[in-house]
Design a binder for this molecule. Sequence first.
Ligand SMILES: [Zn+2]
Ligand SMILES: [Zn+2]
Length: 252
Amino acid sequence: MVELTVLGNYGAYAPANGACSGYLLDVNGYQIMLECGNGVLSKAFKYTDTSKLGMVIISHLHHDHYSDLHCLRQALKYQMREGLRTEPVILYLPEGPEAIVAEFKAWDDVFMVVTLDEAKTTVNDFGLFQLKFFPVQHQIPTYGVQLFVSDEKVLTYTADTGWFSELETSCCDSRYLLAEASLKEYELAERGDTHMTARQAAMLAQNSGAQNLILTHFFPEHNLHQLRREAEAHFEGNLYMSATGKKYILQS
Ligand SMILES: [Zn+2]
Ligand SMILES: [Zn+2]
């Protein structure tokens, strides 16, 4: 069974009781945290036993994707001290900004850092599952991720990115596509090189052959009903709007 639980789904900052980017993947019992933005750790305590966490993947080092890593470090230290955990967490990070990466590499008692510029060149095979990373288009080094289980691409995550043609190749034939929908249409001219609209995410899902599309990375002010309508007009598969606590069975 492969499950995805949304821990947080906001970009930039979160509204009351919300959290920024964070998703929990359970791959036949192995726990992966995909993104660890502000507010995510407290949500994680609600939905999982964090002492069982094996891996954290951070797509890029913007605060809304990694700031709770600092708090997670403290939680992991506590778990080790209390004998609840023996192994460090595998931590995938982009290669920069270098000063931030260096900070996490120094915490090698709790994190085993692998940088994504190295990881992207290979299939990262963990037996139960495989991960492939691909660079996307954002202000700083940023990577999307593909999750394979039993030879099926069960999930592709776009991370924060503007639309570019190679993105369709990276996302192709995914059972679930978890795609950012940060922008309103009128913002495209100014910010379209670094984020997508709901329409673009829907067209990406349609053109790449995704069966299911989960939209995420919303700004708190956005009208989600409107975003949904914009996406529905361009995607024929199953469309979902992410929300904290929502669970999706990616593979049964
Ligand atoms: Zn973001
Ligand atoms: Zn970002």
